[in-house]
Design a protein around this ligand. Structure first.
Ligand SMILES: Cc1cc2nc3c(=O)[nH]c(=O)nc-3n(C[C@H](O)[C@H](O)[C@H](O)COP(=O)(O)OP(=O)(O)OC[C@H]3O[C@@H](n4cnc5c(N)ncnc54)[C@H](O)[C@@H]3O)c2cc1C
Length: 474
């Protein structure tokens, strides 16, 4: 028996790894092959080492509250490689009227868990603060099953919360348009808070207490909310690649299409070769998956291609520390769209994690593009770098030129979870289930973060294997 995984990003690597785990747990015998279209595994994840700097070209960390990535790290022996964020600087800024203002302590994504820091914050007007507090008194509103982030925040907490904080925070994760982003698919806990407690703020306060208890119980408070690896995110990719049997990871293999045969499946690659297999996990972006199944199931292909993506770029800039006047006493900043800048967020990488820059220098990571700034992504490389440099110079009081600047583009890399996303995914899943021996994994379906992708890959592996092994395939 042979199972093929298409796409060697974290979703595909996790799927292949889980298949191998199940093979040994269940004492089975089958071959696993991972076909990756590019010349390297990891997809969006990539770490570069340059002149003593450790540079993340894609993601720089992952959240531990969603357990799947952490659990994978533990199983493959990467525990000791994990590093927490620098607790001394747990603070994030937001640009407000052209300068950096701390996000009020205890403000989590959409709503506050503490009142005093919000009252003292210059981020909101008095009218905005009162409007936010109105959430405690407003009645529940029975909206249809799903709702946009923008609609929800505006009716519960007011427009200021949306424009000045929630929009940039959410943009930093989903690079999405809040008018279109599905709350049900991205942060259902807020809808549940309204349903259960009649108020988001009340739900946050109660949830905070429970979470504190659970956090200490589950992770022994050893891990911070976000973790990375001493040697960068590439550690995870390298460890998963190294666990694959010799010759299982095949690079530069662009899969063109998959077809069903009397015995199973046939996978065609760019070099006009094909492989006959018993099961397939497609772990590519949804629009690529659509192209692969076009001949097999045009309706499935159409549904997959309806999932839209946005493009973004990461610009790593290194400076001498003494040429920056800002204390850099935080993990970075986010930029509301109303501030009309081109940079959407910036991480102070060498403050956030140790070992990212040599002594006396600083590494900063800017993000541009996304669904709300697509035209910025289209700028040529040098203009893009220059724009980011100029904007952070003015925000952080930087005097000198960068020691270096590295630009990494991530075209069509972030799926947009628009209102109705979950129903759309349920429809895709139901169609896929009609094709025995086919499974999908990736960031397009049930979460964009690394832990979600790990879960997606692992669940696809489990579902596919049990389906293939079951006699009737039901
Ligand atoms: C700039 C940026 C920063 C991010 N930061 C964070 C972060 O800090 N923390 C976090 O948790 N998440 C972050 N994310 C999200 C997260 O990194 C991604 O959602 C995740 O890495 C996607 O993994 P994937 O395997 O699903 O897809 P991808 O990484 O896109 O991998 C898909 C793979 O499939 C291959 N492929 C495509 N078509 C074919 C084909 N026809 N044949 C063979 N191979 C094919 C591609 O070459 C690629 O390697 C970030 C995302 C971006 C873009």
């Amino acid at each position: 028996m042979r199972i093929i995984v298409i796409g060697g990003g974290i979703s595909g690597l996790s799927a292949a790894n889980r298949l191998l785990e199940l093979r040994s747990e269940k004492n089975l015998s089958f071959e696993v092959i991972l076909l990756e279209g590019s010349g390297r595994a990891g997809g969006t994840i990539s770490t570069r080492y340059l002149d003593g700097f450790l540079i993340e070209e894609g993601p720089d960390s992952f959240i531990t509250a969603k357990p799947w990535a952490l659990s994978l790290c533990r199983r493959i022996g990467l525990d000791s490689e994990l590093i927490p964020t620098n607790e001394a600087y747990r603070n994030t800024f937001v640009v407000h009227q052209g300068r950096l203002v701390s996000i009020p302590e205890g403000f989590l994504m959409l709503a506050p868990t503490r009142f005093l820091p919000v009252l003292k914050s210059p981020l909101f007007s008095w009218r905005g603060k009162l409007r936010m507090a109105l959430d405690l008194a407003l009645p529940r509103e029975r909206k249809s099953d799903d709702e946009s982030l923008s609609s929800f925040i505006t009716r519960r907490l007011g427009r200021e919360v949306l424009e000045r904080l929630a929009q940039p925070l959410i943009s930093g994760i989903y690079t999405a348009d809040p008018e279109k982003l599905s709350l049900r698919a991205t942060m259902p806990q807020f809808l549940e808070m309204e349903e259960k407690h009649g108020s988001v703020i009340k739900g946050m306060l109660l949830g905070k207490r429970a979470k504190n208890r659970d956090h200490y119980k589950e992770s022994g408070a050893r891990y911070s909310i976000f973790v990375s690896f001493k040697e960068g995110m590439q550690t995870l990719v390298d460890a998963l690649s190294a666990r694959l049997p010799k010759d299982a990871l095949r690079l530069n293999q662009i899969v063109k299409r998959v077809v069903m045969t009397a015995e199973g499946w046939r996978v065609f690659t760019n070099d006009c070769a094909w492989l006959d297999v018993d099961g397939i996990i497609i772990a590519t972006p949804a629009y690529q998956a659509a192209a692969l199944v076009e001949g097999l199931d045009p309706l499935l292909a159409e549904d997959l291609s309806k999932i839209q993506y946005s493009s973004s770029a990461v610009i790593n800039l290194a400076y001498k520390r003494n040429e920056i006047s800002h204390p850099l006493d935080g993990f970075g900043f986010v930029v509301p769209i109303i501030e009309k800048l081109n940079v959407i967020a910036c991480s102070f990488s060498s403050v956030k994690f140790p070992g990212r820059a040599p002594a006396g220098s600083v590494l900063l990571r800017c993000f541009v593009g996304g669904a709300l700034n697509p035209e910025v992504y289209e700028l040529d490389d040098s203009r893009l770098i220059n724009t980011a440099h100029k904007e952070i110079c003015s925000l952080l009081g930087i005097k000198g030129e960068p020691l270096f600047a590295l630009l990494n583009r991530h075209p069509q890399s972030m799926p947009q979870y628009h209102v109705g996303h979950l129903k759309h995914i349920a429809q895709i899943n139901s169609t896929v289930s009609k094709h025995k021996g086919l499974a999908l994994a990736g960031n397009a379906y049930n979460g964009v973060g690394i832990p979600d992708c790990v879960r997606s890959g692992e669940e696809a592996a489990e579902a596919l294997l049990s389906q293939i092994l079951s006699k009737d395939g039901s």
